[in-house]
Write a protein of this length. Sequence first.
Lengths: 244, 385
Amino acid sequence: MAAIPTPAAVAAAVHCRGLVKSYGRGEQRVQALRGVDLDVAAGELLLLVGPSGCGKTTLLSVLAGTLQADAGRFTVFGDDVQAMTDDARTRWRSRTVGFVFQSYNLIPTLTAAENVAVPCLLLGRPRREALARARDALAAVGLAERAASRPGELSGGQQQRVAIARALVHEPRLVVCDEPTAALDHGTGQRVMDLLRGVARQRDRSLLVVTHDARIFPFADRIAHMDDGRVERIVDPPRQGADA
Amino acid sequence: MNLLALKMLLGDRLKYLGLVVGIAFASLLITQQASIFYGYAHRIGAWIRDTGPADLWVMDPQAEYTEDQKPLTDTTLQRVRSVDGVAWATPMWKGYLPVRLRDGTLVQARIVGIDDATLLGGPPRMVEGELADLHRDRAVFVDRQSLADLRTRRATAEGPPRDLRVGDRIDVNDFDAVVAGTFDRTPEFFWDPLLYTTYSRALAMAPRARKQLTFVLVKVRDGADVAAVAGAITAATGCAARTRGEFEDISESYVLAKTGILVNFGITIALGFVIGVLVAGQLLYNFVVENLRYHAALKAMGATNGVLVRMVLTQALVASTIGFGIGVGGAALSGLGLASGGLAFEMDWRIPLLGFAAILAVAAIAVVVSITRVLRLEPAVVFKG
Ligand SMILES: Nc1ncnc2c1ncn2[C@@H]1O[C@H](COP(=O)(O)OP(=O)(O)OP(=O)(O)O)[C@@H](O)[C@H]1O
Ligand SMILES: [Mg+2]
């Protein structure tokens, strides 16, 4: 097979139709996704917004391959993630997805560089190379001089930048972020979004960002509004002055 | 990733210390108790090991341990001597007799009578006097450890109470004997004083009986097969012919079973093991569970279950090995103290080995129990605040 990307694949990095997911059973059953249709283009930063409990995190988890949907289909850069075995999906995640969590989830006993090296190590890269790439990734988020610091010695914003470096170090094509700015003050949040915005621009990647934070709307290419387990509408972001 | 796993382990000094100290404590408990048990058990056969050069011990088939008095007919000695492959065979009498000291104090003692002509099978290490002194009139040797047990309680015409010493006269079951020498013996399980004399003198001390021979000590001719000679002796005499090792083994099993030592120590060791399991297992389990959210993050980022299992195993293995090393070191040190205090403590090379296996088993159990929580982790939980 020739490695020439088809126009469809370029147009829709993430392509999903009719995703359904519920938690629990019987009385406790919660319908988190009720048939989600969504396309995300390559090179796009898409914000997912909506009221609490509408299913944003659930959708993100499914698209990132960390949670199995009950029904529906989706592909990520042409890969049918749902059809994979658990181990295959785990390996797919390690190659394809970068994660940024609201609570950073940095391992407190490792240095920033070691934390950032984890995705490369998981891909079987030699330790020396993984650490070198980790330092480059830290430099790219402006933390070159904090490579040897432990997470506990860093501010929240710095920790989130370390987490972003970790999400990008292995150059994944899909980056998912759940409330990346929720724990950050306005200025730091803007800085973090700048970084993520740059990532989507520079490389041919897609970013999916869940947020409640209206102040970061301008960083998006498009904004998907969810409600009650569905994507209700997709809108363009408010344009504020110059392009971010 | 395994290196990172170690850094995760070592990174939190306090937790790591708690873990290692807990495992060390469990290891100490297990190996120390096992060593004391082994020390006691090993002392049961000390007299056999001390009784030098015999390859085979001939005894009544029903004799069960070193102090068992089930005598053989006197003709057994001649019949053993005529068995092919026997280089030499000497008689031995062993039994309990009352010893009366000068002041009238009565002490129960173990008397061993050895071959008059050759003095083979005598005391292991003479301290005062020499082996040939046993040929002197009325001579007996007393072990040094027992001189204080054979102390007079009351003043006599010769002076105030004192320990027994060379030159003293004692009365062995109405036989007038003289202490002609002292010897050193390996600490034994049995505590009664041990006296050596000649075979004929021992018979003179002992109550008259039809059968008087307790053991026949046999040296097998060079090049002859010990087991074959033993078989031939049994065929010729109907007696059991046991190697030193076999005699030690049956003595150990008999005494351990009869005294309840096995049960008691078994309980202590089992208790140590259970406490070890609870302490070490709990600590290891906690360590894994406290890291659960990081394991979940790793899982989301693409760590397969295999990678996570290896990480947890590395952590458990390193913590248990270091903890065990410290624990066994502590047990050995405590053993030095205990042994100098006279307690039986002997750390056979198998004890650390088995102890380590036990600790590894504990670690394995803890890992298996906690790892299922890691394996069952939904990677999506990392998105939860
Ligand atoms: N593991 C779970 N077990 C049971 N119910 C769950 C679970 N995870 C989510 N839910 C339920 O599914 C629904 C969607 O949850 P989800 O976390 O996707 O919402 P969300 O849009 O991310 O909300 P928020 O903005 O508060 O983070 C909610 O009603 C939630 O209570
Ligand atoms: Mg959420």
